[in-house]
Ligand binder design. Sequence first.
Ligand code: NAD
Length: 377
Amino acid sequence: MILGALKEQSSREKRIPLLPASVKKMIDQGMTVCVEEGLGESLFINDQAFRDSGAQIKSRSEILASADILVRISKPSIDDIKTLKSGTVHLSYLDPFNDPETLKQMASHGLSAISLEMIPRTTLAQKMDVLSSQASLAGYYAVVLAASRISKAFPMMMTPAGTIPPARVFVVGAGVAGLQAIATAKRLGARVEAFDTRPAVEEQVRSLGARFLKIDLGETGEAQGGYAKQLTEAQLDKQRQEMAKVCAQSDIVITTAQVFGRKAPRIITKNMIMGMRPGSVIVDMAVETGGNVEGSLVDQDVELNGVLILGLSNLPGKVAADASSMFSNNITSLILHYWDKASKSLKFSQEDEILKGCLLASQGKILNEKFQHLQKA
Ligand code: NAD
């Protein structure tokens, strides 16, 4: 079995899917690993480092034509799909809710399409959970970004030249990214408050030393997989009213709120921003899925009433070395979980709970029920 690893086509993506340490693990299990020429360039890892770990260096077209298992960060182009062998197991982000066409094409070309964002959030799948590993780094980076753009220090400082109060940070959405943002802001010495619609999160927020903002929204709860339920417009209105007061007192607001498979909820309105102090900074971590903040734009600085709104895309890519290492470990865990060393092949079972979530298509069929309507379309 040949496992191929492809370089990203966009120069803006510095992450790579496979590091030499993972190559070695795959080879030890009997796989042949081929990586694209220059795969590690963006991280200053040369081809020799991959050769030393046992990989063969090949051109992009050679890998596309020969891979039985293909790993990459972003979804394939239609041309790539057409070039791959039928039956190839393809692992990458697929963004299936927003881009059903790619999934349809993968299915009709007989690829086994694994969508990394659909790996279930279960204990067994934790080591494969790309969403969590990347979100955690994104949460860290959001705080570093805000710290680098605000004209205020985070920690309280008592000096002969005067006392500086700690920065006040408000984190909206305390999932994986939000909790890491809270922890990072706390480590820097900020006073942190957080809110989430899932009541289960309160304890986790408090255990990090932050204050949990309580808003009585009535029934909120969790959907399947621990994800947040979508709020009604009335609930969102109430949330905005209560949050406006906290935003007005905060130096930094970091929004991470997502509802799985849907557009991100609009939480911070222009009115709320008008109530904030000039000089404050907002980081909208949901900018790529529709934005939590009114007026935020992907990869652009927006200023409103002196408040800086940052909507930087691909935050994990800003710490690409660590993000690649985690990504590489996640997909290696996934592949080796299904690898049968004796027959040197992947053994997939239709009853497997992890595959029921993330193996979206195989042998020409769309398997996951959330996307089966595409089969008929
Ligand atoms: P996510 O990225 O889908 O959403 C981020 C956060 O936004 C969530 O905490 C969500 O509750 C919150 N949110 C949604 N709407 C909101 C609103 N209107 N206002 C405020 N907050 C709002 O979440 P995630 O980080 O991917 O985590 C999703 C779930 O998966 C969580 O329950 C998490 O604990 C769980 N999880 C489990 C495992 C595991 O068991 N292996 C691993 C990772 C995550």
